[in-house]
Design a protein around this ligand. Structure first.
Ligand code: SF4
Ligand code: FES
Length: 520
């Protein structure tokens, strides 16, 4: 296997890997702006240049320096090469490039949302010169609203062109281009057009500086105050990996979490902004003090129970509710709630697909309930003979609630107010996916875990916890606290496949500051 030495350490590599690939794989940091692993390589920012020595076959394979510094993002690693990223020449280049970028960059970090996760800021500390040497007047650019979600601060752009390449290579929509020449060039959209494709928010993540900002998140929080929890798309069947970012039990934003097998680096805007229902003002989070006791009493007196399990619930929620109901009525009518579908799947040139199925766990709920669980239509028909109905919702928008006859007892477990909220004999507020842990199975039958980010709001509880509480009330025992891993073990013991193979999500791509934070 060929090997290369980078900053004194020798590494094996695969033919075709770039020097930057090999360095990153081995935790050697080489600064880079224009490079992104999923975009074409343009080698335009020049910050990643390194001094490279290579064996010369015409001179007995003696090591000789390349005539110029090489862009490590573009130069392929060669067997026997020796690379210096911290030599005087490489360091002088890094300082020169940083000085060049900062010549026209505004020093507005105190009011810039990117501060704290800005690579210009980080590299200025690590690779910059520490003081400004030129006294030229800075070229200013205007702020511009360039899409439903994106604001452009032209002043801050360092012309890495990641955003332009994203719209031409990943979405194929090409809304962004470079306007002008030389130091006054800037990113722009075509007149009358905006960047409004379904993946537009990803340019905000791609921008290494604060030039492209999220209108929704703008001025809401300093990023270093946010905590981050690995989670999953709660809106569609994609299983896209995300991080939920929050402070003081309030969600402020959702970011993509890299998973090369599922969503690579991207999420749709639908997922990025789809969390708002968690804090929606129509959410009902207050319960009657004895709601669960009343519900348990009604269940104990029931003859025929019909349970509707929403595809928005986790596998654990679904299984615990089915266990409860089947324990009370072995002929219980168990079905899966409506699975909303909006048009057809849409696949972008890069292969990224926006899913038309607008529920995260229809397959997982089916898995948890078993093959005899009914479809929504069949359940509605069969439930006509039930005297007691348990209906779960947890949809992020208004949903197609079932018809409930006058004489029936309705126990509703839901999040947002809907047609059934006032009709319900007992209402128990449910926690959204952000307030609980569990497992979702995506459209490709991949089971994945998500973690609890924030505490349940108000009196709300996960459906799993509600099922456990009701079970304890029915059995007249003490309820225990829901633990997703324990329930998955019980599910596996009960013969449900796949529940032990799911792994905890890794919080892979959260930028962590290496500067100590002090409480004042
Ligand atoms: S706006 Fe951001 S991503 Fe686009 S070219 Fe400028 S710095 Fe790069
Ligand atoms: S990252 Fe290599 S030239 Fe920009």
């Amino acid at each position: 296997m060929p090997s290369i030495t980078i900053d004194g350490k020798q590494f094996d590599f695969e033919q075709g890997q770039t020097i930057l690939d090999v360095a990153s794989e081995n935790n050697i940091e080489i600064p880079h702006y224009c490079y992104h692993p999923s975009l074409s390589i343009v080698a335009s920012c020049r910050i990643c240049l390194a001094e490279v020595w290579a064996p010369n076959p015409r001179n007995d394979d003696k090591l000789e320096p390349m005539p110029k510094l090489l862009p490590t993002c573009q130069a392929q690693a060669g067997d026997g090469q020796v690379v210096y990223t911290t030599s005087p020449k490489a360091t002088a280049n890094q300082k020169a490039v940083m000085e060049f970028f900062l010549n026209h960059h505004p020093i507005d970090c105190p009011i810039c949302d990117q501060a704290g996760e800005c690579t210009l800021q980080d590299y200025a500390y690590e690779y910059g010169r520490g003081k400004r040497r030129c006294d030229i007047e800075k070229i200013t650019q205007s702020k511009k609203d360039i899409g439903d979600h994106v604001m452009l601060y032209g002043d801050r752009c360092i012309m890495c062109t990641r955003c332009v390449r994203f719209t031409s290579e990943v979405t194929g929509t090409s809304e962004l281009y470079i306007e002008g020449r030389d130091a006054s060039e800037c990113i722009d959209v075509f007149p009358g057009e905006g960047i409004n494709n379904e993946l537009s928010g990803n340019v905000i993540d791609l921008c290494p500086v604060g030039a492209l900002l999220d209108k929704d998140f703008m001025f809401q929080q300093r990023v270093w105050l946010l905590q981050s929890t690995p989670s999953l798309d709660p809106i569609t069947s994609s299983g896209d990996n995300i991080n939920i970012e929050y402070n003081n039990n309030t969600i402020y934003r959702v970011k993509p979490r890299t998973n090369m097998d599922i969503n690579e680096y991207w999420i749709t805007d639908e997922v990025r902004y789809g969390w708002k229902f968690v804090h929606d003002e129509t959410r009902v989070t207050e319960a009657l003090e004895d709601a669960e006791t009343i519900a348990a009493g009604k269940l104990q007196g029931a003859n025929n129970i019909a349970l509707l399990v929403s595809p928005m619930l986790s596998c654990e929620d679904a299984w615990l509710f089915a266990q409860l109901v089947r324990g009370l009525d072995e002929n219980a009518i168990v079905g899966i709630g409506p699975v909303p579908v909006d048009g057809e799947d849409k696949t972008f040139p890069s292969g990224f697909t926006v899913r038309s199925e607008k529920a995260p766990n229809a397959r997982g709920v089916q898995r948890a309930l078993g093959s005899n669980a009914l479809s929504y239509d069949d359940w509605q028909e069969a439930a006509k003979k039930a005297d007691t109905m348990i209906v779960t919702g947890n949809y992020p928008v208004a949903w197609d609630t079932p018809k409930v006859g006058k004489n029936k007892t309705l126990i509703l477990i839901d999040t947002l107010a809907n047609k059934l909220t006032d009709r319900a004999d007992v209402f128990i507020p449910a926690a959204t996916w952000a307030e609980k842990a569990g497992t979702f199975e995506n459209c490709n039958n991949v089971l994945q875990l998500f973690e609890q980010a924030i505490m349940p709001i108000g009196d709300s509880k996960s459906e799993a916890q509600i099922a456990m509480d009701l079970q304890a009330l029915v059995n007249d025992t003490l309820s225990t606290t829901f633990n997703a891993a324990t329930v998955r073990n019980r599910m596996a013991d009960a013969g449900i496949k796949g529940m032990l193979e799911v792994e905890l999500p890794q919080n892979t791509n959260r930028l962590e500051t290496d500067m100590p934070l002090m409480e004042v």
